[in-house]
Design a binder for this molecule. Structure first.
Ligand code: GUN
Length: 282
């Protein structure tokens, strides 16, 4: 049976480290501050935003909540982002996605100052990541690297297969695994013989958004399997992209859903808020 990678415990350890550093900054008169903007009331977004606020409370980071109505215009949202960009006492800015369909997400992300882009979505942050320069790293893939390191799973020299090529998870995940000297393959919906490709992996990261798609047939015995999915099964129960019951029979280590990658994303957001203070030269 696979070892279960406890994302909840690791995320708590990270949040405790952040809390300590937030206190040290507070003693120097710096209040680490995150502005969180939500437009409309997408239910899933409200849950995520509430979890982020809770993590801020836990770590002592001040959170400023901006809850804007669905009919807010793009110009109004951009004006708010620009105002927060110039505020000395705001370190991080997060615009919860998805935005309502009348808005241009890319334009909004581009407006956030890269020094305040704690989500790591700005093209400058992504570019910096690609060429190994300082900048914010997207929280989910950063959290997965941290989870692997703190679980003593070696990355250097290993076959790493990422299934999924999104800008938020798959692509930055591939770059980060490469930075750690992994041998990286990014597979996707057009990959031929996905089972054979996935089965090469010592580290398999799955971010496809399909409930329980990855069965033991995709997994090399002893592999570490990281499940980024947040899906519902046939009984409407929360599950991942990996068939946990089946895959845990062959994998060496596996993340559960919930309690695996999810809590790490928020822990890394807290970490990025601390980094924002440094990037702003404070
Ligand atoms: N929507 C889903 N995940 C995320 C995230 O990590 N950040 C933001 N801003 N929106 C999201």
């Amino acid at each position: 049976m696979a070892k279960i990678i406890d994302g909840k415990a690791v995320s708590k350890a990270i949040k405790d480290e952040v809390k300590q550093k937030v206190e040290e900054l507070q003693a120097k008169g710096i209040t680490v501050t995150l502005a969180v903007i939500q437009v409309g009331n997408n239910q899933a977004s409200t849950v995520y935003v509430n979890n982020k606020k809770k993590a801020c409370e836990y770590t002592g980071i001040r959170s400023l909540a901006y809850e804007l109505p669905e009919e807010t215009t793009q110009e109004e949202l951009l004006a708010l982002v620009e105002e927060l960009n110039t505020k000395e006492d705001v370190n991080g800015i997060l615009v919860q996605l998805p935005l309502p369909s009348h808005m241009d997400e890319d334009a909004v992300i581009r407006t956030i100052f890269p020094q305040k882009d704690v989500d790591g979505f700005h093209p400058q942050s992504v570019g910096a990541l690609c060429i190994g320069q300082p900048g914010f790293v997207s929280c989910t893939p950063a959290g997965i690297i941290e989870l692997l390191k703190r679980s003593d799973i070696e990355i250097a020299g290993k076959e790493c297969v990422v299934i999924g090529r999104s800008n938020i998870v798959g692509k930055p995940m591939g770059i980060l695994l490469l930075r750690e000297n992994g041998t990286v393959t990014i597979a996707h919906s057009r990959t031929q013989d996905l089972k054979a490709v996935a089965k090469r992996a010592d580290i398999l990261v799955v971010a496809v958004g399909k409930a329980k798609m990855i069965t033991s047939e995709y997994v090399k015995p002893g592999a570490a399997v990281i499940d980024v999915g947040m899906d519902r099964d046939e009984n409407n129960k929360l599950c991942g992209d990996v068939d946990f019951e089946d895959v845990s029979q062959v994998a060496g280590a596996i993340t559960p859903v919930p309690g695996g990658v999810g809590p790490m994303t928020i822990a890394m957001l807290m970490h990025n808020c601390l980094e924002s203070v440094k990037l702003q030269g404070k």
